[in-house]
Design a protein around this ligand. Sequence first.
Ligand code: ZN
Length: 369
Amino acid sequence: MAEERSTPRAPNPGAVGSVRLMGVPIRLHFTFVLLLIFLVVIGLGSNQSPGNYTLFIIALVVSVLLHELGHAFVSSLYGIRTEEIVMFPIGGVARLERPAKPSEEFWIALTGPVVNLAIAGLIFVILYSQNRAVNFFALANPGDTNLADRIALGNLILAGFNLLPAFPMDGGRMLRAILSRLKSEYDATRIATWSGRMLAISMGLYGFIYMPMLAFVAFFIYLGAANEGAASRGRSLTQGIPVRAAMMTEYHTLTHGSTIRDAANLLLSTSQQDFPVMLGDQVIGLLGRTALLRGMAVEGPESYIAGSMEREFNSVPPDKDLSEVLPLMAHAGACALVMQDGKLLGLLTSENLSQFLLLRSVGLQPAEG
Ligand code: ZN
């Protein structure tokens, strides 16, 4: 699978370990590690040797990685850097630094399944050259003699699964790319995520009755489709609108000489949760509610806020496209300072941004200027 993110973004939570391949950082999500442990445990009870079973699992993980590197390679041809590849239980996800255009997205998405088809094809050819036909029932009867057959079949299943025309599968991206020639990006995404949700619901129902593992996969597909739907709606409501149109221009600031008590009073008397900390007209930090509470508990109410504030904070220029800062504002309580040439112009918080989106969705146009 491939996923687009616009920069800047927060690092992926839940990712453990990191290696670099072709310049792309590759991380394992902790749920993927759990899946590997689970697979090893159930594999120990089957009638294959542990070494053979381990090889099979490694071959599948490598196949998924090559699939993702395929996406990364074609993205790089379009000048889109891959920020990272994260391995999840339902496959890898390649995060791209910017959204691909529909024509680019079609080829980027197609390459992943093509890599798996190529791996399967290569194994077919090698087996054929040794006068062996592929045993299509190898997966049902795993043994030490049919490892190559199982790796080939595993890759065929990976290709087929990813080609399903439903978000967040690669086929869903290809469907959206084709539809966006006829419809708006928003409508194209809506149809592709709708088919993703329908697929997830039918897989989930089938899984509950016959195959619990499938219900687990369906759950991830549903989440992926719902996330993409919401992200696309957010993008369509914010594209072409500068940050300055949505920022808060009336807000309170604190100075480096303020105490935790001053900050607490301001927190109670206003609806603001994040306070820029000023030294003259320079911003030297940001005091959020969590840092304030920590300061209150650890340092006491009479301590200076300079000891508790965050010195590293997100800042965005006022003319940046609002759709590009959405990933930064995606979690509750997120706050970014709107700054130009070191001067503070306003605040952007996830709360005021969601109010802005709400007003936009009922048709309010942002004010000019
Ligand atoms: Zn893919």
